[in-house]
Design a protein around this ligand. Sequence first.
Ligand SMILES: NC(=O)c1ccc[n+]([C@@H]2O[C@H](COP(=O)([O-])OP(=O)(O)OC[C@H]3O[C@@H](n4cnc5c(N)ncnc54)[C@H](O)[C@@H]3O)[C@@H](O)[C@H]2O)c1
Length: 256
Amino acid sequence: MSGILEGKRILVTGVLMESSIAFHVAKLAQEQGAEVILTAWPRPTLTERIAKKLPKPVKVIELDVTNDEHLARLEQLVRDELGGLDGVVHSIGFAPQDALGGNFLNTPFESVATAMHVSAFSLKSLTMACKPLFPAEGAAVVGLTFDAQFAWPQYDWMGPAKAALEATSRYLARDLGKENIRCNLVSAGPLGSMAAKSIPGFGELADTWNHRSMLEWDMSDPEPAGRGVVALLSDWFPKTTGEIVHVDGGLHAMGA
Ligand SMILES: NC(=O)c1ccc[n+]([C@@H]2O[C@H](COP(=O)([O-])OP(=O)(O)OC[C@H]3O[C@@H](n4cnc5c(N)ncnc54)[C@H](O)[C@@H]3O)[C@@H](O)[C@H]2O)c1
């Protein structure tokens, strides 16, 4: 039986460790028949080491998503390797320490600006850097959010950054729909990745899922989020764009 990404060429950002959601996206995408290329920041050599655990070998390209030179050279590097792209995965988030962990009222704008640049504006930058590689039939862009409808404990300025990411995704969907480029997000429940561990008190936030999630939630298993991303990259969501699919055990729909 052929996979749901058979023949597709997919760029995956954000593989840092095996715990990265992006690692599971890349693994599942390969298992589903895709050709995958990775981008990495800040240590491509570390990503290369982790990538050895994927089912098939992959090329790793250095990409700081806030660096215009890196973004400008991406097209040629990907073209040389895969010829073009049918899908892009944005799995990138960062906020300086003083923008997290209960310091919301005192965070300086420079730190907020960094969080916004890396975590939200970059969805636009990455998509536009990859756009020349998309075929006339269109492509799929998928990003990762943490439900920005709510104020969470400890999450602080990552909250507004995720709200900006979610809005950016809708505006990209609006402007690129006529070229059949879909832009969607997976809103994942808490997972024990590096990004999560860097948020002081994240364990406390995540504990909510032990009490309120409709489905049993396993913080150490990024595969469900990865499956959501792969589904949105596939041809099985052909008329879905500007959407946010929750892979959070149903917690977003719980009232009390
Ligand atoms: N872990 C969770 O609980 C959770 C929940 C919902 C959404 N998410 C989101 O999923 C995405 C992936 O996070 P993760 O949990 O897999 O953690 P992770 O730490 O494994 O991945 C975050 C990635 O962002 C990359 N990154 C940071 N700054 C960058 C830059 N300037 N240029 C390029 N890449 C940069 C890092 O290299 C890393 O690979 C993020 O958007 C995160 O906010 C995570």
